[in-house]
Design a protein around this ligand. Structure first.
Ligand code: PLP
Length: 398
């Protein structure tokens, strides 16, 4: 692996970094400071859905930056880019979601949804799932169990309970008339690509309706075609009509941007000054997000992802057959795939071996590696990635 002069990179570090510093990218490839190329099967945490420096995004950001980046009195005023994005979103959102608000990160979108759900219902109790990840702000940390550091920040938000992801009976046992909201990822991402039974989301929705709790569906990692549907809730055989849906990551292809959408009933309960933010709905983010969504729709990327996803999953299953002593399970939905190991430490070792060989993957806690290539990844690049993984697994036995 190339080394960098760490002295030039001092800053606050909250994690064990890889000694890599990247300068540029094109499609699925990125290059480090020394000019070494890598295949990026991380998409920068699932963000660069059209690959790096896609010409349509470069053109959109350049044109919009030359026109207007931030509106005067942003939030008090409108912009044509925001209007165009709102219109386009209506084509892809679940039909019941009538209004959307744009913000800057996934945590911010979830934070606002939790805050508003409590205000609207007048109740405090929130139910989340074990292994979930909804962000690192205080509200979102309080409803996350995918990170193991919440105990450092006690006391967290009160009245939060956690039930196993995918377990309807466990939810039925804790939900009651005091529950303000249930927040769920349709497929857990940071938790290691945990795919619940297909009927689960519909059952969660039914329990929410029965007890007057609001349903917050977090599509931050799974949205924008990542799982082979525009949103992962579309995999449910029962139509899902969430009260809130939160979105980020792929929404603007690499530009920090996010959104939450609400039902007409929720929107009717929103009052002036309930929420806001300096950059919310900035024209630059709106222009980029509109470009991403148009591209995904015009090129039917959801179908492409279904196809590429099944090829990638089959290849991973092949690796599991070859290395059953190392790989416990492989999972995938579209282009979010996971490889879980018997030995937890293997995930980091393999991540380093793969990086050395020119493949970037995402290590997840609990001995899992995630593969999140961009949605336009080619067959050839998937084959190269699999052969690098195969060699790295082989080297782990030797
Ligand atoms: C499902 C989910 N929700 C929320 C977040 C937080 O998003 P952000 O890092 O943009 O705050 C993430 C980030 O990984 C996520 O995967």
């Amino acid at each position: 692996m190339s080394t960098i002069d760490i002295e030039n990179h001092l800053g606050i570090t909250f994690c064990e970094r890889l000694p890599l510093s990247f300068t540029h990218g094109k499609g699925t490839q990125v290059w480090d400071e020394a000019g070494k190329p890598y295949l990026d099967f991380t998409s920068g945490w699932g963000v660069t859905c059209l690959g790096h420096s896609h010409p349509v995004l470069v053109a959109a950001i350049t044109a919009q930056a030359a026109r207007l980046m931030q509106s005067p009195n942003s939030g008090f005023t409108y912009s044509p880019e925001r209007a165009a994005l709102l219109q386009l979103l209506q084509q892809v959102l679940p039909a019941n979601l009538s209004n959307a608000y744009f913000c800057n990160s996934g945590a911010e979108a979830n934070d606002a949804a939790l805050k508003l759900a409590r205000k609207i219902t007048g109740k405090h109790k929130v139910i989340s799932t074990q292994g979930s990840f909804h962000g690192r702000s205080f509200n979102t940390l309080s409803v996350s169990r995918g990170t193991d550091n919440s105990a450092r920040y006690l006391p967290l938000l009160p009245d939060i309970s956690f039930v196993p992801h995918g377990d309807t009976a466990a939810l039925a046992a804790v939900i009651d008339g005091e529950t303000a909201a249930v927040i769920v990822e349709p497929i857990q991402g940071e938790g290691g690509v945990q795919i619940p039974p297909q009927s689960w989301l519909g059952e969660v929705q039914a329990l929410c309706r029965q007890h007057g709790a609001l349903l917050i569906v977090d599509e931050i990692q799974t949205g924008f075609c990542r799982t082979g549907k525009f949103f992962a809730l579309e995999h449910s055989p029962t139509p899902i009509a969430p009260d809130f849906m939160t979105m980020a990551k792929g929404i603007a292809g690499g530009f920090p941007f996010a959104a939450f959408a609400v039902s007409a009933q929720v929107n009717a309960r929103i009052q002036k000054d309930d929420h806001g933010g300096t950059y919310c709905g900035n024209p630059l983010g709106c222009a980029l997000s509109k470009t991403v969504i148009s591209y995904l729709l015009d090129h039917n990327i959801a179908s492409r992802v279904q196809l590429s996803g099944s090829v990638l999953l089959q290849a991973l299953q092949g690796l599991q057959q070859t290395f059953p002593q190392l790989i416990r399970q492989v999972r995938g939905a579209g282009l979010i795939c996971a490889m879980e190991f018997h030995e937890a430490t293997l995930a980091r070792q393999l991540t380093l071996r793969c990086a050395e060989a020119g493949l970037l993957v995402v290590p997840t806690r609990n001995g899992i590696i995630r593969l999140l290539p961009d949605l336009l990844v080619s067959r050839e690049d998937m084959e190269i990635a699999i052969s690098i993984l195969r060699q790295a697994l082989q080297d782990s036995i030797a």
